[in-house]
Structure formats: C-alpha cells, structure tokens
Design a protein around this ligand. Structure first.
Ligand code: 6R9
Length: 593
C-alpha cells in the first residue's frame, strides 16, 4: 500500500456544538446504525408490508397533505426574481400533467424524458409521470443531438418535455429517427413565436387539465426512474430504479444531509445527473423541506448572494464547484454573511482535504464528503453531522447499508478485506431500497456487477481502523507501478498543492519494466505559462511530496482538462489521447474541455 505524505497530516475536525445549535438528526452514529431498519423508515413514509408505494405519493402527496401551504420550491432566475410553489400547488401541477399523460395513454409502461434545465416544468413532469405510473428519465440539457438520440432510442421514450429552443436545435433534427417518440411537449420561452409543428404546448395542455388525480398504486419494485450513467467509463448505461428508492432518498437526506423540517436546502446538481433527481427533487420534498432551485449555472458572486439572501441552511454541491469558488479567493466569500448555513456536503468526485478546510475558512463549516453512484441511487458513505470529519475521507458507511472492501479474483471468488488500510473495491450487500434493478436492455452487464453476494462498485478505497473510507480511484483508473498501487487522486492532491497548478489529472502509462509509469496532465492557473523549468519544478515537487516510487515521471500541460458534464475529470479520455487509442463515448464530455 502506498502511504501518502500530506494525507495523514490533516487533523480531524471534531464537532463542538454550542447549546443553541441545531442538534443533528442522528446524534450518535453507532447507536443509530445498530438500531437501523429500512422497514421502519418505510413505515415513516406510510409503506405497509405488501402495500403500494409511489415516489410521488411519498415525496409529494404525503407532505402536501401534512403541510399544504408550506413553501416547497423557490425558483430564482437570472435577475434574482423568485417563483414560489407550496407543496399543494406543486401537487396540483403534477396532477395536471399526470392527467395529460393519462389522456395520451402514456401512463404505466411509458417512459417520459425531460430535456430541461432547473425549471418548474421539470418538477411537474417528473412527479406527474411518477404519479401515473410512468418511468421518469431526465437528460442533461447540455447534451447535443446525438447523445439525446441514442438515449431516447435506448429508453424507447414515448414522451419528451423540452423547451422551444432545445427542440429547434437538438430534437427537431433527430425526431424522424425516433419512431417511439409520440408526444413532444414544448415549454415556450416566447409565446408569440409559433409552436413547432408536431409538438404540444406544455402550458396550454396543463391549463386544460383537472388538478386532481389519484396517484397510481404502484408496487415498491415497479420501475420508476431511468438514469444514464455519467459515462466516465465505456458506453452510457441506462440505470433503472424502482419506487422503493424513495425510502433511501428520504433516510439519507435526513441522516446524511441532516435535513430538518425547517431547513432551506439547496442542491446545485444538474437534473440530468442522478444527484439532481435523488437530492435535487425527491429527497427534500419527501422530508417536507423547502428547496431553493437556482435556474442559472455557477457564478461565484451569484452563489454567495443566493446562500446569503435565501438563508440556505443545507447546501449539497460538488468538488469542482467548490474548487471554482476556492479559486476566486476568500474576498468574495467574506463579502457576505451566512448565519443560516449549517451543513455543507459534496458528492461526485474526490474531495481534496484543502476543499474541506476551505469550508472551515470560508464558512466556519467543514465540507462533508459523501460517496455514492447512479447505481446505488442514494448516499452509501458519508461524513455525518455529529461525527468527526477527517479531511480527505469519504466518511462512514450509511446505517442499514453493509459496505465492505473486496478483491474479485479472476476465478470469480471474492476475498473480503477485513484488516484496516488495505486497498480493495468498494462492495455493497444488496438490500438497500435504492439499489438499481438492472441496466436497461443489458441484464448481462447488470449480473456481472455482482459476485459472491455483493455488488461491485468499480471504485477502490481503503478503510481505516475507525471505519472511515478513503477513495483511491476507479478500478480502471488505478495505477500499478513497480508493485505499488497508486491512487491518481493522491498524486493529484500533491500536485495541486503547487502554487502554479490549477488542477491535474494523473494516469498510468504502460511500461515494460515497472508495469505502468505515472503521468500527470496539468492545467495551470490563469496567467502562468508552461515552460520546461516549470515542468522540472513540478516533477521535483511531486518527488518531494510523494517519493520517487509514485511521483509522476512525466508531466504534460493542457489549457483545460476534459471533464464530464457532472464535473469528473475523464482520465479514461486523457489516457486514450495520450496513448493514441480510440476516444470512446464522448457524449458526456463538457464542451471545450
Ligand atoms: C452520485 C454520483 C459515481 C462515481 C463513483 C466514483 C465517483 C462519487 C465520490 C466519488 C470520490 C466521492 N464519486 N462520489 N469519488 N469521492 N465522494 O456521482 O454518481 O455520476 O454515477 O458517479 O463518481 O468514481 O463510482 P455517478
């Protein structure tokens, strides 16, 4: 195992709570974990054994019955104008769309896709589709026509909801190739412009529909959600989730994001990403919490203004966003006050210790890393509100989820690693409610994700003696050099500490002697020019911090590292580009990277 200088140096951030502080929903992790039962969580949502369960019933009808007049969603537009919906207003709007789908015979068995930003119609569509027993499938609105086409083809979607602008640019050119796509609803930005031929006006149809609807009594195992994975490896896969997932969304939002009934919650994720649906839509509503929805994209000054003005108390964001904020320095963040902000969490890619500590500097709160995947549907590993945070660690396993580290041998047998500090693949014991049901039209690939009664995540980690998990890398990102297992993340962390480095990506280059050598591709801070001197300096810096065995041997500079739309560095693509191999599926690549 590689030990990384620097990583162990971070002292744990212990939680000291004043007498007037909000007490965490889960104040004792070990006690909660020992007494945890998914059935008990289900019962809180009104699930009875053998009974029906519908995500929209649990996440919308239930809170709307309990607190109809409470603010459910507040949308903020580019000019900071707000648009509010109470729980009951949202329920009624979703009912209208459910009635529209039912009239179009697009209820049970149909898949309803959105190509939308964070707008009210996104929520009406999602919950309307779920209410009538259809499957909801969101796409990244930043996708171009080809990835939209391939996903709609794979899902066999019969209904699409999009904006007039996206329709003209991205859907009209491919529509003829999608025979299953029967109905396209268009949200019109400009009502004076003619409605594109062959489409339905979203607002007009909604206006003509009754606002009561009996939510379909779907069963917990019935299909509800279809997500396409972020595509950091291989081709996009359609990940299917059932209505039972809402039990995990609800439990994790309470225990891992520490959502309290009076919180104002902001999730910055794109709705095309699993985080945007599980935690941007379903989980906070299921908890009866008020959600802030920013219709715009990241902007440093805007984000600080929103955190302050909207009195956000729980904020769920991602490492890339945090690093962009960090890059702007402390001055902009200190120009505002955040007395309401209580809990900050992150997901999606490795969260470097500096980002955790930056949370302390900027907000007086650590950033709580969480780990999960599209396939797991909900948070599986987290830094909890009442537990110490070890900067750089993803945290502890979620109560009710059995997490282990394992080696999968070529003969199919599985070795569980029980001693601390060994590196293995993160495996999860099936049985948590938001475990995916299958990869759409690829049951074989689904079955291959399991061995010895465990789901294999494809991520490598180590666990320390306290039970905290530390991310090492994707199984296919991990570098083996001269017998050392090397985490690209660890090497990147070291390089990123160099004052000239904005961010870096580390890959393994095949080598006949040492199996692989470590290579780094570095994006420099604005205003710093690449030079042979700087390259030498960085190599020396790497050696100094990491030791010669794992420091990068070679460094290239790039103006921008390739990233997926959800912010993950595409090491697979860097490796392919460096080695002159086919680039594979690039549909999730952020343009310009
Ligand atoms: C929710 C989501 C899943 C993959 C996962 C891992 C990476 C997620 C992470 C993390 C390091 C974390 N990942 N959280 N890596 N630290 N806290 O991200 O889903 O888009 O399917 O990605 O993202 O590699 O396997 P998805």
């Amino acid at each position: 195992m590689t030990s990384v200088p620097g990583m162990a140096e971070w002292a744990p951030l212990l939680k000291h709570r004043g007498p007037d502080a909000t007490s965490p929903v889960m104040d004792d992790y070990r006690r909660a974990a020992a007494g945890f039962s998914w059935d008990a969580v289900g019962a809180e949502l009104g699930v009875v054994p053998g009974g029906a369960l519908n995500i929209a019933g649990a996440a919308l009808d239930r809170p709307a019955a309990a607190t109809p007049g409470k603010l459910a969603l507040r949308f903020v537009d580019g000019a900071f104008a707000t648009q509010d919906f109470t729980f009951d207003e949202l329920r009624r709007a979703a009912n209208r769309f459910a009635n529209a789908l039912t009239q179009l015979e697009s209820g049970p068995g149909a898949t309803v896709t959105t190509l939308l930003g964070r707008c009210p119609e996104l929520f009406f569509t999602a919950f309307g589709a779920l209410k009538c027993g259809a499957v909801f499938s969101p796409l990244f609105s930043a996708f171009g026509p080809e990835p939209i086409r391939s996903r709609l083809e794979l899902s066999g979607s019969s209904v699409l909801v999009t904006t007039a602008r996206f329709y003209a640019r991205k859907v009209a050119p491919i529509r003829a190739q999608l025979p299953s796509l029967r109905h396209v609803f268009v949200v019109r930005d400009d009502v004076t412009a003619p409605l594109p031929p062959g489409t339905l006006d979203f607002a007009a149809v909604m206006g003509s529909m009754p606002d009561e609807f009996n939510t379909a009594p779907t069963l917990p195992d019935d299909d509800a959600l279809l997500h396409f994975t972020s595509g950091t490896t291989g081709k996009p896969k359609g990940v299917v989730h059932a209505h039972r997932a809402v039990i995990a969304h609800y439990a994790t939002a309470k225990l891992a994001l520490d959502l309290h009934a009076d919180d104002i919650y902001w999730c910055t994720a794109d709705p095309g990403w699993v985080t945007g649906v599980s935690y941007g839509m379903i989980a906070p509503l299921a908890c009866g919490v008020t959600t802030l929805v920013d219709r715009e994209e990241l902007d440093v000054e805007r984000w600080y203004t929103l955190l302050e003005q909207q009195r956000v108390s729980v904020w769920y964001t991602a490492p890339t966003a945090l690093r962009m904020l960090m890059k702007a320095g402390l001055e902009p963040v200190r120009a505002h006050r955040y007395p309401s902000l209580r809990f900050i969490a992150s997901v999606g890619e490795p969260l470097n210790p500096e980002a955790v500590m930056w949370g302390m500097e900027a907000f007086g709160r650590p950033v709580h890393d969480t780990w999960w995947q599209t396939e797991t549907g909900a948070i599986m590993i987290a830094n909890f509100a009442a537990e110490p945070v070890y900067p750089g660690s993803m945290g502890l396993s979620f109560p009710g989820v059995e997490v282990a580290l394992a080696l999968r041998r070529p003969d199919g047998t599985v070795e569980l690693l029980t001693e601390p500090d060994r590196i293995g693949e993160i495996v999860l014991r099936p049985g948590w409610p938001s475990m995916f049901k299958t990869y759409l039209h690829n049951e074989q690939r689904y079955l291959e994700s399991f061995a010895g009664g465990w789901y294999f995540s494809g991520d490598q980690a180590k666990r320390d003696a306290r039970g905290y998990y530390w991310f090492i890398g994707r199984t296919d990102d991990i570098i083996k050099s001269a017998g050392h297992l090397i985490s690209p993340f660890e090497v990147e962390c070291a390089l990123n500490q160099h004052p000239a480095v904005m961010q870096s990506a580390v890959i393994g280059i095949p080598d006949p002697v040492v199996s692989q050598v470590v290579k780094a591709i570095v994006e420099l801070k604005p205003g710093i020019d690449a030079s042979p001197e700087l390259r030498r300096d960085l190599i020396a810096h790497g050696r100094r911090l990491l030791g010669a065995a794992i420091a990068p041997r070679d460094i290239d500079f790039t103006p921008a590292l390739p990233r997926t739309r959800s912010g993950k560095i595409m090491r697979r693509l860097l490796r392919a580009r460096t080695l002159g191999l086919p680039e594979g599926d690039l549909s999730t690549l952020e343009s310009g990277t």
